[in-house]
Design a protein around this ligand. Structure first.
Ligand code: GLN
Length: 223
């Protein structure tokens, strides 16, 4: 592991694994697919791609990754989740199945498939806090949105217009970032670069990655 080229794992159970890996590599990271606990041990950060969160949750259990991943996230592992990845990182999920697991790494309440049938997939130009050089082309595919955030969570983007105007679709809490949309399929690597930078600064800290701070949850409604 070096601080200049961190090793970032991409959870490889479902979704755009190849696209995330190439975006991360373009942003200066080394990447490995993660399907086993020992692969998880090698990474400085993890990306959870989109897909079907209930299926990924089941596969995490089948691959004996659920508890190891929870433990590493609890210990401060930087993470980026896109779409279903956002759902998996959340502390609470609305409109999911009773047996779906989530990882409780982001103090947010998300609603699955939130945009509804009329607009269940769409694209828009989205200004994102921390990303210069104009808005991101954001592609939403049966995406979730964030309905409540804890006090440690920064809102990075809200839908600018249309029927879902004001809805929260990108957040950050320390070294954990999540977007409702899929930046891996647009060729714009700025979200991945932001994550690679986050992983770099986490691994550079003296004493390593700090334990994730646990505060009494004070969720407030957003969007
Ligand atoms: N609707 C999916 C879910 O609930 C997420 C869709 C996606 O990741 N593109 O998990």
């Amino acid at each position: 592991m070096t601080t200049t080229s961190p090793t970032i794992g991409v959870l490889a159970l479902q979704g755009d694994v190849r696209e995330h890996r190439s975006a991360l590599e373009a942003a200066g990271a080394r990447t490995i697919p993660v399907r086993r606990e020992r692969e998880l041990d090698e990474v400085d950060g993890i990306v959870l791609p989109g897909g079907e969160s209930t299926t990924v949750s089941r596969l995490l259990r089948v691959f004996d990754l659920l508890e190891p991943l929870r433990t590493r996230l609890e210990a401060g592992l930087p993470a980026y989740g896109s779409c279903a990845g956002m759902i998996l990182l959340a502390s609470r999920v609305l409109d999911t199945t009773d047996d779906a697991e989530h990882l409780d790494a982001l103090d947010i309440v998300v609603r699955r498939n939130a945009f509804g049938r009329q607009v269940d997939s769409f694209e828009t130009d989205l200004p994102v806090t921390g990303l210069d050089d104009g808005p991101v082309r954001a592609v939403f595919i049966r995406a979730p949105w964030v309905e409540e955030v804890g006090s440690g969570v920064e809102v990075l983007a809200t839908v600018p217009d249309g029927p879902a105007a004001g809805r929260v679709v990108a957040v950050r809490q320390g070294a954990v970032i999540a977007t409702s949309f899929h930046p891996e399929i647009t060729g714009d690597h700025r979200v991945h670069r932001l994550f690679v930078e986050t992983v770099r600064s986490a691994t550079r800290r003296p004493g390593g990655i700090p334990q994730r701070e646990r505060v009494e949850s004070t969720l407030r409604p957003v969007g």
